[in-house]
Design a protein around this ligand. Structure first.
Ligand code: EPZ
Length: 472
């Protein structure tokens, strides 16, 4: 078998910024109005967990509509380190987990991608053992995995955390995980997904109560069902899974990214521009659309799976409280805060999902916004205008809010920390340029050197071909 190591384009070699990346910035000249249509990519938060879900199956899985993102490449690296064969075919990924050589995921990779913890459920279900480094916290919160662990223990796994590694294995004579009734103290997306995947190959029935209802959970369930899993109720707060001995090959297309779509709706509103976007699933954006309409924009479904935003002349302050789905998504809190900085009056934004997700406030304030944070509340007092400034992104959605503010600000904004942006937005610069935005990605040269204009990073994921054997 001809194994070719995974290669990543230099600018995506890690989520921690390299000195080179620190010099890569997005320069935005605000005030341009946008027009036309933008294509929405596949959902990052579906792609990552569905790639992990392919570990449940020992045959080929073709996953379509997979966005070219740094996080996707990272997950591919982790799966490959476990012995999985992956091949990128345009915007599809062919995954073959017939020979899982490893039950331990490498720390240096897991530490760069929290979502890699999702492999614990499928690995344990397939191999009866999984050893996954604790993912640790990130800029937005401590992000423990206690609900994942407790659920796996309820299914008969012995789980010990030792030297930062979560060691999970089947105890006693059990050859398979056992069906169980699991009540989640919090409707965690990740815990619901981990336990749902583990239960697909368990013995008997598992019921997950107070489950997360996010569209990405339902998308994962549809993927597992396409492989032969028996799952009911995904997308509601009670999911029932009847375990089966094995799963089979599938060809599955993931849903469009509702957070990317929401971000472009805000781009239209904040630049007072009429734009359209597709494909989208409007139902996935109900809470976001309701808030944008309350602020003063109009959102029209002008064709199946297509939305058009018609901007308002003036926007009014609106309170937002982030909640698990179908409540207002925490991933849209930062982008919408950018818009509320330019709305008349005081808006109170309450972040209830993550304990430290106001990293963008200080940078928006640098651009002239008036925001005061008190615990989990941010009080945003609308200002007549923002002014361009050098700002630094602290996390993925914070980076999006700074780009949105830059599109509306007077003068030039320079956004640093683009490795955050590249984790979750595919070709954002090119997409915004196509809509008429005045921005470019540049590499700051040594003092006095004129900056080098760069395209969006091309994310190449070349991995070993599935099932290709050296010609005899
Ligand atoms: C998923 O993270 C998404 N990530 C996040 O998107 C999203 O913000 C989040 O769900 C909420 O919608 C992916 O799908 C890869 P949680 P996840 O488990 O699964 C606590 C983005 O910007 N909790 O629902 O990690 C936890 O600390 C990212 O695209 C426990 O206490 O979210 C948090 O406060 C950011 N114990 C809350 O629950 C646990 O065992 C919600 O976390 C698990 C979670």
């Amino acid at each position: 078998m001809e194994d070719r190591p995974i290669t990543l384009s230099p600018s995506l070699s890690n989520t921690h910024s390299s000195s080179e990346e620190d010099k890569t910035v997005l320069e935005i000249w605000g005030g341009a109005s946008l027009h036309g249509h933008v294509g929405i990519s596949g959902a990052k938060n579906s792609a990552l967990v569905i790639m992990a879900g392919a570990l449940l199956c020992s045959q080929d899985c073709l996953i379509r509509n997979v966005p070219a993102l740094a996080d996707v490449t990272r997950m591919a690296e982790i799966l490959s380190a476990l012995g999985v064969k992956l091949e990128r075919q345009g915007n599809s990924l062919l995954v073959n987990a017939s020979h899982i050589a490893q039950s331990k995921a490498p720390y240096e990779l897991v530490s760069q991608l929290r979502a890699s913890f999702f492999v614990i459920g499928p690995l344990l279900a397939r191999l009866g053992v999984a050893r996954i480094p604790l993912p640790g916290g990130c800029a937005i919160g401590a992000r423990p995995v206690d609900l994942h662990v407790r659920g796996l223990q309820a299914m008969g796994a012995d789980v010990q955390i030792d030297h930062g590694i979560v060691n999970a294995y089947l105890s006693g004579r059990n050859k398979r995980l056992q069906g169980a009734k699991i009540y989640l103290d919090y409707p965690s997306v990740g815990a619901t997904e981990t336990l749902m995947m583990a239960a697909t190959l368990a013995e008997g029935e598992t019921i997950i109560e107070n489950a997360a209802q996010e569209p990405e959970v339902a998308d994962l369930a549809n993927f597992c069902r396409a492989m032969g899993a028996k799952i009911r109720g995904a997308g509601t707060n009670t999911i029932t899974i009847l375990g089966v001995p094995s799963l089979h090959t599938t060809d599955y297309a993931i849903v469009p990214d509702r957070v990317e779509a929401g971000t472009f709706l805000v781009a239209g509103a904040i630049t007072h521009s009429e734009i359209s976007l597709s494909p989208v699933v409007p139902d996935h954006l109900t809470a976001v659309i309701a808030k944008l309409q309350a602020i003063g924009a109009q959102i029209i479904e002008d064709a199946p799976n297509r939305l058009r935003i018609v901007p308002g002349h003036r926007y009014v302050a609106t309170d937002i409280e982030t909640l698990p789905y179908p409540g207002f998504p925490t991933d849209m809190q930062a982008p919408l805060m950018a818009l509320l900085t330019l709305s008349d009056g005081d808006s109170v934004i309450t972040e209830t999902v993550f304990e430290n997700r106001f990293g963008h406030v200080a940078e928006l304030t640098r651009m002239g916004a008036d925001i005061r944070v008190k615990g989990t509340h941010a009080i945003v007092r609308g200002v007549p205008m923002l002014s361009g400034a050098p700002v630094v992104a602290t996390d993925l959605r914070a980076s999006a809010s700074l780009v949105l503010a830059g599109l509306a600000a007077q003068g030039k904004t320079t956004v640093q920390g683009l490795h955050h942006l590249d984790r979750g937005y595919e070709n954002l610069t090119a997409k915004l340029q196509k809509l008429g935005a005045n921005l470019q990605r540049t590499q700051l040269g040594a003092d006095g050197d004129s900056p080098l204009v760069l395209p969006d990073p091309t994310i190449v994921t070349t991995v070993t071909k599935p099932g290709v054997t050296k010609p005899a």
